[in-house]
Design a protein. Structure first.
Length: 170
């Protein structure tokens, strides 16, 4: 479904349902360009939450992973941030020390944060299967009669089971 059609159906939803759909779109998996993710922002946020300076973080990593002195680690660390070296061992050690993962880094990146409020980007960047699912949900919510019919069917299901001698499903 093209975005214009999706937006048209979305506009028919109640404000509450629009909020739920928008929040769901923000939490879904999106196509991404890994080259555009800056790792520094996410690492800095996690480091601040752990109340660590860069030097303290580097020293902790050096001790924990039996690396050479923290001084050489600091230079490698700065280079890793500058180059966004996601494949380096130091990057993996940094994630482990800060108890974060790639998803945290991506979610905190400037690339993602600058787009998270853009409704069209959220929709257009969905994976095809997720796009189909959200389109189905929005279409069903916009057509209240289909939901009412489905809910009526569920309410009458127990009565139907009694009539045909089937015990209730738990």
């Amino acid at each position: 479904m093209e975005f214009i059609k999706f937006e048209e159906i979305f506009s028919k939803l109640s404000k509450e349902n629009q909020f739920i759909i928008f929040a769901t779109l923000q939490m879904m998996e999106h196509k991404k360009d890994n080259d555009k993710f800056d790792i520094k922002r996410g690492i800095d946020i996690a480091r601040t939450e752990h109340e660590l300076t860069e030097d303290e973080l580097c020293n902790n990593i050096a001790k924990k992973f039996n690396l050479k002195d923290g001084t050489s680690i600091r230079e490698t660390y700065k280079s890793m941030l500058r180059r966004a070296s996601r494949r380096s061992d130091l990057y993996q050690h940094t994630l482990e020390e800060l108890c974060i993962d790639e998803l945290f880094i991506e979610d905190q990146s400037e690339y993602f944060q600058s787009r998270i409020g853009n409704f069209q980007w959220l929709y257009d960047s969905l994976l095809p299967k997720d796009k189909n699912a959200i389109c189905f949900l929005v279409t069903q919510l916009a057509d209240i009669s289909s939901i009412t019919t489905f809910l009526d069917m569920l309410e009458n299901l127990e009565e139907l089971h009694k009539n045909i001698g089937v015990s209730s499903i738990d």
